[in-house]
Design a binder for this molecule. Sequence first.
Ligand code: ADP
Ligand code: ADP
Length: 229
Amino acid sequence: GEKLIVAENLTIYYNNYKAVEDVTFKLDSGETLLLLGPNGAGKTTLLKTIAGLHKSYKGKLLVFGKPPTEVRDLISYVPQSYSLNERVPLKAIEVVAMGALYKRGLIHFNIPKPILKEAEEALEFVGLGDLKNKRFVELSGGQKQRVLLARALVSKPRLLLLDEPLSALDPSARVEVVSVLAKIKREMGLTMIITTHDPNPLTEIGDKIMLINKRLVAFGTPEEVLRDE
Ligand code: ADP
Ligand code: ADP
């Protein structure tokens, strides 16, 4: 298939410190990559660099054939923790609509009707249409993560980057979120990279697994990589 990400001898820096070193891999369009590694292995750093949010690297990194900073519009990045710093607690639908507003360079609270409609459709896609007017802060952990997925989808990305989407969730909420991720893969065919320290709930949707510990430890299909663990 078409190579959506090409990384060759990629080394990522914080000043002189190498957080990721000499990593080479490719990802096809439509594939889901599970990015594994212990704490401090460089997972978030790699994800942010692919998102075009961290710019200090050497080596080759092409996303859609271009440097990541040139294709930020095609990428949605969902950080591990998401703090809403709002004086007025936002409704679920407003949180989702913000995703579309930021993308268009708009930041205001009179959300245009067409954007509200897109936000509503995204919430329906993640199974939360009925809760659109509920305050985000009042939702369960699994519901919050689904709202954040809707928020990431509303800007119609072609690459979805998720940092530890399951780590803060209890087992039943994990099932909820994994089923939405499976639906995104099945119905939208979106290319995804998902960081996790526990691949077990996600092996069903993972086409490829990458294990890093600063350097690349393993890369391949789940059968290839997890067999050798
Ligand atoms: P992981 O997501 O796998 O836990 P990170 O990408 O967060 O790993 O961190 C990789 C390494 O880079 C760690 O040693 C961490 O301390 C370091 N690091 C992360 N962010 C920064 C930063 N902003 N400045 C300096 N060092 C950082
Ligand atoms: P950016 O690529 O947008 O600068 P980074 O993830 O590199 O984002 O940096 C996040 C924050 O960490 C920034 O405020 C940056 O100044 C700081 N930072 C970067 N390198 C280091 C480092 N080696 N030690 C401590 N902080 C750092």
